[in-house]
Design a protein around this ligand. Structure first.
Ligand SMILES: NC(=O)c1ccc[n+]([C@@H]2O[C@H](COP(=O)([O-])OP(=O)(O)OC[C@H]3O[C@@H](n4cnc5c(N)ncnc54)[C@H](O)[C@@H]3O)[C@@H](O)[C@H]2O)c1
Length: 260
């Protein structure tokens, strides 16, 4: 299946690391040009260099996505560079553990800024260009919206918001031919995840316990597995798919617990 993404320009927030880096890399391998938006200039440069080293094209724009003005500037710079936008991947975020019992309102609101508000801002600022190209939007989300996790109220709320915005935008933007979908992640093995596991006294055991809860093949999802679904949803090969929450999670959310 030819995804026909060659020479298409896609904004990818958080595209320098983890899942976003996977998305940027897979898009570049398809001949598309990921426009990475991230806060860390060194990480951005490293991600772009790695893609260029394999013959792909990529560009990066530094921005702290918690700041609306920086979202606006990054989108404007990307449009100025590319002359067009063919889609948006909202991905950047962090599970920051703002709970109910010990949390407070300011930390809750700050977490929504880290995980939800910039999804809205990026879509809002990209929309005029997306309307011209019928460019789709893919929102990355977390199982936490559906399963809960405990001790992470704000992240759960943000992910509920990501899911709701996916449906809401699919309705609002359908008239422009813009499709909006979400890819829901449960346990995806990223460099950050690997670093965190190493900080635990029983890291290897913790990893095995987490993997055991994934029904299909008892392993974590790879960034490439998420990224390939994102690429499909950005392509015309998914031309009648919109408003969907697609779980690339090894069956974590929906399959029988007896499997684990
Ligand atoms: N890894 C998982 O298992 C998992 C599970 C469920 C959902 N997710 C979701 O996937 C998305 C990506 O997660 P990841 O694990 O790849 O993260 P990661 O930390 O590995 O990478 C995120 C990248 O985004 C950048 N970033 C984050 N917040 C930013 C901001 N406010 N401004 C600018 N740049 C910012 C970081 O610097 C980093 O480069 C998140 O939205 C997360 O909620 C991940």
């Amino acid at each position: 299946m030819d995804l026909q993404l060659r020479d298409r320009f896609f904004l990818v927030t958080g595209g320098a690391k983890g899942i976003g880096e996977g998305v940027a890399r897979v898009l570049a391998a398809e001949g598309a040009v990921p426009l990475i938006v991230g806060r860390n200039a060194d990480d951005n440069r490293a991600a772009v260099d790695a893609i260029r080293a394999t013959g792909g094209r990529a560009h990066a724009f530094q921005a702290e996505l918690c700041e609306t003005a920086e979202c606006q500037r990054a989108v404007a710079e990307a449009i100025q560079f590319a002359g067009r936008l063919d889609g948006l991947v909202n991905n950047a975020g962090v599970n920051d553990g703002v709970d109910l019992e010990h949390g407070d309102t300011e930390r809750f609101l700050a977490s929504l800024r880290k995980n939800l508000v910039h999804y809205y801002d990026m879509a809002r600022f990209a929309l005029p260009e997306l309307k011209k190209t019928r460019g789709p939007i893919v929102n990355i989300g977390s199982k936490v919206a559906e399963t809960g996790q405990g001790a992470t109220s704000a992240y759960a709320a943000a992910n509920g918001g990501r899911n709701a915005l996916t449906r809401e935008w699919a309705v609002e933007l359908g008239k422009y031919g813009i499709r909006v979908n979400a890819v829901i992640v449960a346990e995806c093995w990223t460099p950050l995840y690997a670093n965190w596991i190493q900080t635990l006294p029983d890291g290897a055991d913790a990893k095995r316990r987490i993997e055991a809860k994934v029904p299909f093949e008892h392993r974590m999802t790879t960034c490439d597995e998420i990224a390939r679904m994102v690429a499909f949803l950005l392509s015309n090969c998914s031309s009648h798919t919109t408003g969907q929450l697609i779980h690339v999670d090894g069956g974590y959310v929906h399959l029988d617990r007896a499997l684990t």
